[in-house]
Ligand binder design. Structure first.
Ligand SMILES: Cc1cc2nc3c(=O)[nH]c(=O)nc-3n(C[C@H](O)[C@H](O)[C@H](O)COP(=O)(O)OP(=O)(O)OC[C@H]3O[C@@H](n4cnc5c(N)ncnc54)[C@H](O)[C@@H]3O)c2cc1C
Length: 421
């Protein structure tokens, strides 16, 4: 009997996690290498940050009972394609000077992207990002802290308004959904518990573009802006942030603006491992690894590097320009699992084809926007319902679906958990 081949997957996000769970482990040894032992369910992070349910529900652990996948908590620093070896560094501060190698037969590169700060001074030190559950928890803790400071007898009204001013940079779906969840939170449970702070909380969204929600058409973008403004979210488009301190952002247009919490939800930047690789990459905007339409990595001369694949936000198909979304990552992971499983029995499958699904964004107070596949557009309560039910679609285990339903019922009966910390 021929020994099983080893498939090394770099990254445990939407791409890596889904692939690891669908590869045929009776035919392959599957190894996932990632600094994160869980996979964030990113569409749920805004709700988790605002206490709609326990934040643990917004992530799935890589290690699962009955799942024959090896997990290695490390960062891949380099890929030696010729030797089929990964150079890894343990993801533990105490072991940061150690290195080890992992050999593979096939490698799948899916390290995602990090948030792009556009080198704006002060952002790394003072802003909260929204990439994983730790980030959601940090935002949630900061909201609670600021509410309590604002409630001290020695806090002036001006200080209260500043502490409760949340500035969000980035008017894409992530920034808008956080703004929406925050307005729900401030208008609802929190003001029942902090009646002395009523009318003092505010949310502002800054975007450098002339419209928010760039992936949506202009009509829906304008609808979303009006819906948010109706619920007292201030939208500042054409707003360029040039500097950030611990309590102010400075914009080219309006000068210094005081804030209590700053959330940075702008575009994507390639990870260091992607920078490091000497392969073909997109030549404008975000530098993504280019693959053919079977997701095989292309060398600088355009030939395929044998046994290497890339997907998710870190990669794109040459000439395709697919969006950096979970939707694309999930479809590519399903395709790759099918393709690699088929290869084990000597079959090849058709090239990858992306199926565009509806785009949905929540705008607060039971409202939202949907841009469907064939130009169908919806707004209002139906869009909200579709967004909420999407949470079930994104959640990957029955256990979490059940716990989330329970959390919603408890919120409705007894108020959000966040309001009780
Ligand atoms: C708040 C938020 C909400 C979103 N909502 C939606 C939505 O509603 N719909 C939608 O379609 N998309 C949404 N997205 C986008 C979606 O999350 C991304 O497109 C998706 O996560 C990309 O998947 P990925 O596997 O490529 O990368 P990721 O999910 O980012 O995972 C990358 C993994 O690689 C690991 N890694 C990084 N560097 C290394 C390394 N050197 N070695 C090993 N591992 C490494 C990371 O730790 C991480 O585990 C949202 C994103 C955010 C941040």
């Amino acid at each position: 009997m021929t020994p099983k081949q080893t498939i090394a997957i770099i990254g445990s996000g939407w791409g890596g996690y889904n692939l690891a769970h669908t590869l045929d482990t009776s035919k392959y040894n599957v190894v996932v290498i990632s600094p994160e032992a869980t996979s964030a369910i990113t569409p749920l992070l805004a709700s988790a940050a605002c206490g709609l349910f326990y934040s643990q529900l917004a992530q799935e652990p890589i290690r699962r009972k009955h799942l024959d996948v090896q997990y290695v908590k490390a960062c891949v620093q380099d890929i030696q394609f010729k030797e089929k070896t990964l150079i890894c560094q343990p993801a533990f501060h105490s072991l940061k000077d150690e290195q080890f190698k992992i050999s593979y037969d096939k490698v799948v590169v899916a390290p995602g992207c990090s948030t792009n700060t556009f080198n704006t001074p002060g952002v790394d030190e003072h802003a909260f990002m929204v990439k994983n559950v730790n980030d959601a928890n940090a935002i949630r803790d900061k909201i609670n802290e600021n509410l309590e400071i604002a409630s001290l007898p020695c806090t002036t009204e001006n200080q209260q308004r500043q502490l409760l001013h949340i500035a969000i940079v980035g008017g894409g779906p992530t920034g808008i959904e956080i703004a929406a969840e925050l307005t729900d939170l401030f208008a609802g449970d929190l003001m029942k518990l902090y009646p002395h702070l009523r009318g003092k909380a505010s949310v502002t969204v800054h975007d450098v573009a002339p419209n928010i929600l760039a992936p949506f058409d202009q009509k829906l973008s304008e609808y979303a802006q009006k819906s948010l403004e109706k619920h007292k979210v201030e939208i500042k488009v054409n707003s360029h942030i040039i500097n950030v301190t611990n309590d102010t952002i400075e914009t080219r247009e309006d000068g210094k603006i005081a804030y209590g919490i700053l959330i940075w939800a702008t575009g994507n930047k390639q990870r260091p491992i992607v920078d490091q690789l000497n392969v073909m990459k997109s030549n404008h905007g975000l530098k993504r690894i280019l693959t053919d339409d079977r997701l095989q990595v292309l060398a600088l001369d355009g030939t395929i590097i044998p046994g290497s694949y890339a997907m998710g936000d870190a990669a794109d198909i040459d000439g395709a320009s697919l969006p950096t979304t979970a939707e694309v990552a999930v479809q590519k992971a399903a395709y790759l699992a099918h393709s690699i499983n088929a290869a084990a029995v000597g079959r090849t499958i058709e090239p990858f084809k992306y199926q565009q699904r509806a785009l949905v964004t929540y705008t607060g107070a039971g409202d939202g926007v949907i841009m469907g596949r064939r130009g169908h557009e919806y707004t209002g309560y139906g869009a909200w319902l579709s967004w909420r039910s999407g949470n079930f679609f994104w959640t990957r285990s029955w256990k979490r679906k059940f716990m989330m339903t329970l959390a919603w019922i408890m919120d409705w009966v007894d108020g959000r958990e966040m309001a009780r910390f």
